[in-house]
Design a binder for this molecule. Sequence first.
Ligand code: 5AD
Ligand code: SF4
Length: 347
Amino acid sequence: MPFAEDRSSEAEKGGPVTQKDIVRYLLEHDRSVVTSLFARADRVRSRFVGSGVHLRGLIEFSNYCCQDCLYCGLRRSNRRVKRYRMLYAQIFDVCRQAKALGIKTIVLQSGEDRRYRVRDLCGLVTDIKKLGLAVTLSIGELSYAQYRQLRLAGADRYLLRFETSDPKLYASLRPGRTLAQRLRCLSWLHKLGYETGSGMMTGLPGQTAGSIADDICLFGKLDLDMIGIGPFIPHPHTPLAKARPGSLELVLKAIALTRIMTSDTNIPATTAAGTIDPRGREKALRCGANVLMPNMTPPPYRRLYEIYPDKVCINEGEFSRGAYLARMIRRIGRTISSDYGYRKGDR
Ligand code: 5AD
Ligand code: SF4
């Protein structure tokens, strides 16, 4: 396979890779070809975003959700979940702790919980910004006006995975929703000046290598700043309980190809990758990823935010967690980034 071995090719520099090449890599079993693909992605990462690993402190502040995604443990039909909502003061307290730990970005994530008023969330965002932290939101599909209000309140970034670029598969997994609506939200976020993140799951039932290759090509077209890719992990209390989980190999290939395709994006080594393999996050950092998202959700709530079972962060001790991740970063010869980690430089 020429593109894995030829260091002077377009792919070495990052940049466009064809859909057909991507499919071939996703289906490739030859170890030496896969190893050289990962090495190439690591070189592209090193050249375009350097050796720093950005830490984004994740606060899962509510596990209520009005959506019913077939793959997700928090879907509204799952009556077994004990639901919680954190209070503003609690959320703000965690932000202060994150700041004290040297974390520069807070990610506020929740299910689609309509109970929080956007006006109040705006107040929270503004207060967190006053701490000198960058704020990323990951709270689902809202109206243009709501995204605008939050942006004006100071939110810097927004994560909204498109999950799969196959419109039929999308509609079957997210009842009542369409891929077109999702992509419209992403275009609004872009237009409003958010650093925009999207992403997908690998190994979804019904997904093909061709469809993952389409996802990766779509990443290239959308001019995204952040791209989260994780394996699908079946949750026992969902309709997909009996489905097979995505493999680590597939998610690592998708991360590597995404790095080569998009060059300078911020790509997390996802918690889901760490959940299916104890070294999953470390391996992801070595084949293209450059971001880690330590879970800062207070322990009583953390295990209730069960999108999928046995999340790796559940048993990471509250204060050893930073140290554990710091050791991982050192062990692989990387550093913890000390800047805010905007894609186009700090602003
Ligand atoms: N396995 C892995 N990832 C999942 N997500 C939702 N359910 C699962 C699952 N069962 C991912 C989706 C969502 C993100 C917050 O979590 O991609 O966007
Ligand atoms: Fe809700 Fe997100 Fe889970 Fe879908 S994936 S049910 S929108 S929390």
